[in-house]
Each structure stands twice: as structure tokens, then as C-alpha cells.
Design a protein around this ligand. Structure first.
Ligand SMILES: [Fe+2]
Length: 364
């Protein structure tokens, strides 16, 4: 089963992210599985080079087809998820989840999956089972090695030196409604348990400071390096969630998307979010609900520093419209993903490899 049996190449505009692999004669799921069996090393090499590989045009119709294909190159999948998106297991699979149950208008900023934790998954895989019909809805990609290189050197070296501090307040506790605009789910859903001693132990293992508060709310604080070496290529990578978990993320992402989509609705939504941010930061104790980020020493990241990070990421972002049955494999230690807002239907599912301890942090 040789490489000649598929077509592969990059986008017409020369963008190397992702590499596309398409069938030549046989597009069956059985062919894809056999082809993956025989070309694992080639695929690993291409993931290192391009950051992501998209399998397009194969006959993948359901989450079980996706899982079977992925297991040929990634036999072990994880169901351990400590990110912020509410997710649900897809019936008929052991480790495929809905990518996010957050509403379509909610933008998911570019992030390396679980980079805020000591052991993120080495790879993340997505599959489209119902392409969006509205504008947006892409799983946008961004090479965070490029972001590292393109960032303002002053901002970059500050983060290199200080790292990032993450503050998260879980107040929902199973309630459907909450005033938290960041829509953090409850801690029971985050940890998959209602047992506080289990949560305490998990936090201890992940170097997270935990404070239980009134009404069963909980505050989690942890510090991580902002930049990591890639475990195989040794390249420095912008490796953090600083702009994702900052309270201003929603207004910034909505504003940027309103420009991209030329949508007045999203522009209005971004202004509404700006007012909520202003109220949160001037009237109430904003670090006591939702999420917030600081430099690792507890000092504020300024608005202009956040803008500079956002500009660098958006300059390097790549948008590919989903097609039915697309499988996207991502090197989670070099390349970020996000979700552009959309309306109407869209079904994208996800699975990921087991936790992988971060290699040493990058310092100059
Ligand atoms: Fe994600």
C-alpha cells in the first residue's frame, strides 16, 4: 500500500498548513485504514513538518468510522479532558466526543489543547460529520512555532521570563444558568466526579492551587511556562492559553470575527461583551468569576500586550471550510486549533491521544 495510491499536497495559495491527503481510486474506509497501517512513519513526519494533515474525500460517515481510522495510527485514545468545553461521548465509540457543546455564536480562540496543564495530549484529531452551512464554523488552525517567531520580542521575553498564571472560578455547579459570560461548566463536569477529595487529589497532581468557596464554588489557580520546546524537533513554541482564558477574549474574538464575516450582528455582540467586560472589571471582583490570566508573577497582562498576541495569532490563522467526512490530525505540540462562530447546523467530533508530559520549558 504505497504513497502513490493517494494524492497529497498543500493549498493552492501555498499555505503549508494543513497537508491534504486525498484518495486516487479507492475512497473506502477500509482502504484508508490499510493505507494508514502502511504509512505511519510518513504521516508522523508530515505532522512534524506541516503541523496538521487533513484526510479529505474518504468515505467516513460516522464517529465509529473516524475512531477506527484514527486507531490505526493512534491505538491509544484518552477520555481524560480538563479543558473548558462541555463535551459528550458519541454513542457507538469508546473515545470520540462532540468537539464542543458551547453555542455556535461563542468563539473558541486558538489554543493548544490543554496547554494550561502539565501534560497535554500529543495529538488531537477532528472529524466533520455535518459541515456548517453558514459563514464560519471552521476549525481554524495556527502554527504556534510561527507565532513564537513573529511575536513582539519584548512581549515574548516577558512571558518567557514570567510564564502565565491561570485563574478559573467554577460557580455553575450543575445549574443551567449563570451570570458568568465565559460560560465555564461546573467543576463536577470538569473533573467527572462529585467527590471533592478526588478533585483535591487531581489538583495536587497537576500543581493546581484549589480553594473551595461558598455555595460549592471552587477557584483553581495554576502557573505554567508560556513557551515550550517541541518534544521532537526542539523548536520553541508559543505554548499557553493566555489570550484564551483572559476575560477580554470574548469581545476580542467576536470583534475580529465580525470583521472577517462582515457581520453587524457579531459587531453588536462584541460591543455588548465589551460593556460586560467593563462592568466586570470596574464594578465587581472580576477575578472571582469566570476565567482570567496574569503573568506568572501575578502582574496584569496589558491590553496592548494582549492585542499584540491576538494580532500575531490572527495573522497566522488558516481557515478551511469543513467537508463531510474530513479527518484532521493535529500535532498538538506545534499547532493550535479554534472554532469560528457559526449559525445553524454543524457536527464536528474529536478524540485525542493520552496525556504527554511537557518537555522542558524554553528559556533564553
Ligand atoms: Fe480544543
Amino acid at each position: 500500500m504505497s504513497l502513490q495510491q493517494v494524492d497529497y499536497g498543500i493549498r493552492e495559495d501555498g499555505e503549508p498548513l494543513p497537508l491534504f491527503v486525498r484518495p486516487k481510486d479507492d475512497n473506502s474506509k477500509q482502504f484508508l485504514q490499510r493505507w494508514l497501517d502502511n504509512n505511519k512513519e510518513w504521516l508522523e513526519q508530515k505532522l512534524l513538518e506541516h503541523g496538521a494533515v487533513m484526510f479529505r474525500g474518504f468515505d467516513i460517515r460516522c464517529a465509529a468510522d473516524f475512531e477506527a481510522a484514527v486507531r490505526r495510527v493512534q491505538p491509544e485514545l484518552s477520555d481524560e479532558y480538563r479543558g473548558t468545553s462541555p463535551r459528550r461521548l458519541i454513542p457507538g465509540t469508546e473515545a470520540v466526543f462532540s468537539a464542543s457543546e458551547l453555542p455556535g455564536y461563542y468563539p473558541i480562540a486558538q489554543h493548544i489543547e490543554m496547554s494550561q496543564l502539565p501534560a497535554p495530549p500529543r495529538k488531537v484529531m477532528f472529524c466533520c460529520l455535518d459541515p456548517p452551512t453558514s459563514f464560519g464554523g471552521e476549525t481554524s488552525l495556527c502554527d504556534f512555532r510561527k507565532v513564537y517567531r513573529d511575536l513582539d520580542p519584548e512581549v515574548r521575553s516577558k512571558f518567557q521570563e514570567k510564564g502565565v498564571m491561570y485563574v478559573k472560578n467554577y460557580t455553575r455547579n450543575g445549574k443551567k444558568w449563570s451570570i458568568d459570560p465565559t460560560m465555564l461548566k461546573g467543576w463536577e463536569e470538569l473533573f467527572g466526579t462529585t467527590d471533592k477529595t478526588v478533585v483535591d487529589e487531581e489538583c495536587r497532581k497537576s500543581n493546581i492551587d484549589i480553594t473551595w468557596k461558598d455555595n460549592d464554588a471552587v477557584k483553581l489557580v495554576n502557573r505554567e511556562a508560556a513557551i515550550q520546546y517541541h518534544p521532537e524537533t526542539n523548536e520553541p513554541v508559543w505554548f499557553n492559553h493566555v489570550q484564551v482564558f483572559h476575560l477580554t477574549m470574548l469581545k476580542d474574538e467576536l470583534y475580529r470575527f465580525s470583521h472577517r464575516s462582515k457581520s453587524f450582528f457579531f459587531l453588536l455582540l462584541s460591543y455588548l461583551m465589551a460593556i460586560i467586560n467593563w462592568l466586570a472589571m470596574t464594578v465587581v471582583r472580576h477575578t472571582e468569576f469566570g476565567f482570567y490570566t496574569f503573568y506568572g508573577d501575578g502582574t496584569e497582562v496589558t491590553a496592548s500586550e494582549l492585542r499584540s498576541i491576538g494580532d500575531t495569532i490572527w495573522k497566522n490563522m488558516v481557515f478551511n471550510r469543513w467537508e463531510m467526512g474530513d479527518i484532521l490530525m493535529i500535532d498538538n505540540f506545534s499547532t493550535s486549533h479554534g472554532r469560528q462562530p457559526y449559525s445553524g447546523k454543524r457536527k464536528v467530533v474529536v478524540c485525542w491521544s493520552p496525556p504527554c508530559q511537557k518537555p522542558k520549558a524554553y528559556r533564553q
